[in-house]
Design a protein around this ligand. Sequence first.
Ligand code: DQA
Length: 152
Amino acid sequence: KSILVLNGPNLNLLGVREPEQYGSQTLADVEQLCRDAGQRLGIEVDCLQSNHEGVMIDAIHAAREGVLDGSVLGIVLNAGAYTHTSVALHDAIKGSEVPVMEVHISNVHAREPFRHHSYISPAAAGIIVGLGVDGYVLGIEALVRKAGLPTS
Ligand code: DQA
């Protein structure tokens, strides 16, 4: 069984970009953290980062079949700034029926007002905000629990 960790725009710059908001770990560090969590839980973790909305939409659609046949538990999604702009990502999640755990490294509600609204949240199975990169691991654990599988 597998989980997709999908990171959106500018998250390839993790560790370099605004470290006071996003910390010092790089995307490679975060992806390794997620794979390690998967190994501990007996789940394969696939990682994808894209700066392109359409690539992210294709990845959500591609997960649908796996969810239907039980091989994919869902997606841990940090959609970056597309969170606040993308009706298309909202529709992709709704239309694909893929369980999505929305993750934000920073507490978006403590930041600029334009970050307070999310198009992802109404379509998400859960939301993890402001817990740093641990949020990704918590999202993976949440998908495993949601599938009725043990996390310890
Ligand atoms: C983010 C928050 C977004 O507002 C921002 O555009 C990002 C990262 C986060 O992880 O805190 O790119 O999703």
